[in-house]
Design a protein around this ligand. Sequence first.
Ligand SMILES: [Zn+2]
Ligand SMILES: [Zn+2]
Ligand SMILES: [Zn+2]
Length: 437
Amino acid sequence: MPVFRKGEVILFSRPYAFALYESFVDSTCSFCFRTQGDGHDFAPIECHSCKVYKYCSDECLRLDQMDHWLECQVAKRKLREFPSIEARMIYRACLRYMREKQTQQESAEYIFGHKRSIHAYLDHVDKISTERREAFYEIVDDALDLVSSIYAPDRELMFLMLNRIAINSHDVICPKNWSMGRAIYMAGSKVNHSCEIHDRFVQQFFGRNYAIMALKTVEINSVDDLSVPYLPLMMDVHARQKHLKDNYYFDCKCSRCLYELEHPTENLCPPDYIPQLVDALEEDEQEIEFNADYFTLCKNHLGNLSSVADYDYYKHRLLYNAMYVSFALNRCPEGIYFGLRALRAALSPMDCEHILVGLFNGMMSAGWSKPLHPKFADFVSVLRIGSDYFTTVRGPGNSIARDMLKQWFKVQYHIDALKGEKIEVSMPAALKRVGAA
Ligand SMILES: [Zn+2]
Ligand SMILES: [Zn+2]
Ligand SMILES: [Zn+2]
């Protein structure tokens, strides 16, 4: 009976193919996804040939050379438009697939005894709707157009790869909560979806690598004992059902979905207001300019949504962005206010993760970490949850965990003085609210 203790790695998986979003290409190593300003600065090395893609070391540059070849050829032409992330994923996956086929060295990963290779990916070619099929061929043909003069890839292979990528790939989340790219994992893609809210284990990204980490002692006997959400758990049941059906071709019948279909969640954002929010939240958060206008926009929307619960998916994202923009404008008390609301409404450890980092930094800047500060108790709560969480899932050497632990040792002596004070924030409370803890 395999038992995993708190902080142990249950599953580790390296990507078969991966690509950065355009906005990250300048600041992030295209091979290992190490990001500048992430506690481990590096002087980026350019790809010698295209001078567009960057690497953190000669080693990463060398290791990426073969998979990078097609995107490099495109980049060298300095086209006005950058190829889409799907196109680059297709290039990289096809190059690897062809190479491994030629050399008969097919890569594989193992997960609880199951071998996973490229052939194990789901593709559901038979279930694709006509519109989706057309949209996919459009992406494939655009990708082909860019390379047809130098390479003659198989259109059908590219189409099949795109299908696999669409169904099996993950957003790779950087420590700052942005999704910095996409990656398709062999072992990682074997893990099924569930909307269930729990605190037994959590998925994490280490650069471009994927892991599932135990948050407490758990017994995992097979891959069926593992599941991860393929979408944000705060989405309401109808949005989740639609998203899973459209993108992964299945009707989710998890216990949470069944319960919520019978018992509609109250106080959600009115459907006719959602388009405005989607606009404000942007598909690609990287494109948001966190300035005074954006701050006003967030506040106005939050004002209009005062009767909507903070756990509403859109409102929650708005709260998070309001926190972020407040800190960017040095309006710490407001940022903390929005952040604490977001933290209290969060459903899962994953939802709390980035809020905790924002709150920790914001509270430090606002002086809440000083024992005499009237809000010191709230700081300690955030610190207690944050340092435990990040030490567990990223290890004590991680830069966020290290910063938090350092503070923890600093304030430890003052914590006794807090006895009897009400500490309001806690992750288990967020979990209890939905009956998961
Ligand atoms: Zn690197
Ligand atoms: Zn290049
Ligand atoms: Zn479900």
